[in-house]
Design a protein around this ligand. Sequence first.
Ligand code: CP3
Length: 359
Amino acid sequence: MAEKNGFPAMKNDRLLRAARGEEVDVVPVWVMRQAGRYLPEFREERAKCDFFTMCQTPELSCKVTLQPLKRFPLDAAIIFSDILVIPQALGMEVKMQPGEGPVFPAPLRGPEDLTRLSSPVDVCSKLQYVFDALTLTRKELQGRAPLIGFSGAPWTIMAYMIEGKGSKTMSNAKSWFYKYPDASHQLLKIISDATVSYLVGQAKAGAQLLQVFESHAEHLGPYLFREFALPYLKQICDEVKERVSQLGFEDIPMTVFPKGGHFALKDLAALKYDVIGIDWTVDPILARELVGPNKTLQGNLDPCALYADKKFINSSVKEMLDKFGRNRYIANLGHGIYPDMDPEHLAAFVEAVHEHSKK
Ligand code: CP3
C-alpha cells in the first residue's frame, strides 16, 4: 500500500508521534552514528571506497543506512551522509583522512576568503545525490521506520571551514567573532541560506524529520551562542517550516542538538524546533525543567556506557527512562556511538528501551 505522496505506508511511526507529542506504544529509539564503523558490514563496504564517494553514491548510501535496521529493531533510519557536504557544495575541498577525520586543505583564513565561496543558491544542484539517496532509502525502508535527514548548524560548519580540521579550542574560528564580527555574520548567513534550501530539498526528497547538529555548541558559552548561533538556528527552523508548508507538505518535525550547550537549552526551547537533543552531561530532570513541557527531549546515555556489561546497560536505560518519562521522549545516546563498540551492546541498549517503556 502506498500513501498519497507515493511512498510506502508507515508501519512504525513512533519517532514522528513522539516528536509531535503524541502517545506511543513504546519509547522510540535510534542512535547517532548508527550507520558506521562499529558494524563489520559497514567496514566491509567502506574498505571498497572513499568516504565521500560513499556519500555521493545513492545506492551505497542507502545500503549502509539500512544496515543497522537489519540488525536491531530501531525506530528510525538516518541517511548516511555528512554535515561537511555543505562546505563542499560551497566550493571548499574536504578530505576524510584515515585516523584524523575531516581535513580542509585550504581553510578560510580571513574575511577576504569569503569571495571564494559559491552562492548558497547553487548549493542544492550540487547536493542532488543526497536527495536521490533519501528518495531511494525512503522507498527501500518500506515504512519499517521513519527516515531522518540532517545538516550541521551554521556555527559548527563555520568552525570546520576556518579550523580546517578538529580543534580542542576552536580558537581560530572563535577569533573571527572578536576580530571580524561583520564577516562572521556574513559567513553564518551564507551557510544558513544554503542549509535552509538543503533541508527543504531533503523534506521534498522524502526525509520525515530533520536534525540540525550543533556539535560545537560547547565552545561558545551563553554570550557567543546568543549572538552567533541562536539567530541562525532560529532562521533555519522558521524558514524550513514555512517553505515546507508553502509547498503543501505537512509540517516536518525538526530536532536541534546543541552538543555541550546546556546553557542554551532555555533559549532553544523558545524556538519552533519540536525536539531538543540532550548530551549526557545534562541530567534529564534538569533538561525537562529548562525546556518546559512542550518540547520532546532526545538522548542521553553516555555513549561510553556501551562499554559496560549488558546488565549495567539495562539498568542505566531503566534509570534514563524513569527520569525522562515515556511521553515527549526519544531515546538515544548523548552523542554518537564509537567505532570500537560491540554491536551486541547496542542491541542490549535498544532492547532495554523497548522492554522498560512498554505500557
Ligand atoms: O549514522 C549516522 O549517524 C548517519 C551518518 C552521519 C555521519 N556523520 C557519518 C560519518 C552523520 C549524522 C554525521 C554527522 C556529522 N559529521 C557530525 C555531527 C554529529 C557529531 O558527531 O557531532 C559531525 C561533527 C561530522 C563531521 C565528521 N565526519 C567528523 C568529525 C568525522 C570524523 C570522526 C570519525 O568518527 O571518524 C566524520 C566522519 C564520519 N561521518 C564517519 C561516518 C560514518 C567515519 C568516517 C569513515 O568511515 O572513515
